[in-house]
Design a protein. Structure first.
Length: 206
């Protein structure tokens, strides 16, 4: 058993707006990415979910990631070719498809912009367990966990974490340990909370 290395805690960027529990969103990208599908590698600038460092730091070159349109739920598995500062380059996928060329980069067009507008990009990390806590001293009443891109405080929710005062042990949620390993997909978990609140994620992987 090992832990996925996550470089920072996360900040809730906008009140009542779903964001990936573990991931970011695309703030800028070339016109070809928006128009899609793409047959050539594209460089994307990410948001600022991490409380320190660049969001791109949670991605690893060569690994798969889940790209998702927050307006309609259209998504696909893409490949991280490289990481630089707060940008990632999507490379050609390894399977064959008529959409976007023999080895497409993306199979559809995706929006760019602020959280809730720009496409979500999340490491497609399979995991055996995840643990999340709402850091102490927050201002929102709850942090809500859900399993859909358009979740809310009441829709598609699986759990909620109550705020605690500064210096008090925070609330947490642990998904449990499973066997055989890694049945959970990190790209399926989203959070809704109050802007400025901080949460921490740890993920156990085989």
């Amino acid at each position: 058993m090992a832990y996925r290395q996550i470089p920072s805690t996360f900040t809730v960027k906008a009140t009542n707006t779903p964001q990936p529990m573990f991931g970011s969103w695309v703030t800028a990208g070339p016109a070809a990415f928006v128009a899609g599908p793409c047959g050539q590698p594209v460089v994307l600038t990410l948001g600022t979910a991490l409380t320190s460092g660049n969001d791109a730091g949670m991605f690893i070159s060569g690994e798969p990631a889940w790209l998702l349109n927050p307006s309609n739920g259209v998504g696909e598995t893409v490949r991280i070719a490289s990481v630089l500062n707060n940008t990632v380059t999507l490379g050609n996928q390894t399977d064959m498809s008529a959409s976007g060329g023999p080895n497409p980069v993306t199979r559809a067009g995706y929006p760019v912009g602020v959280l809730g507008t720009g496409a979500y990009l999340m490491p497609k990390q399979m995991m055996n367990n995840f643990l999340i806590d709402l850091e102490d001293g927050g201002t929102g009443t709850f942090l809500y966990l859900g399993v859909k891109y358009n979740m809310s405080a009441t829709a598609y929710r699986i759990f909620k974490l109550a705020k605690t005062s500064t210096g008090v042990q925070p609330q947490y949620y642990a998904s449990g340990l499973y066997s055989p390993g890694n049945p959970l997909d990190s790209s399926e978990i989203f959070v809704v909370g109050t802007a400025g609140d901080i949460y921490n994620v740890s993920m156990a992987i085989d």
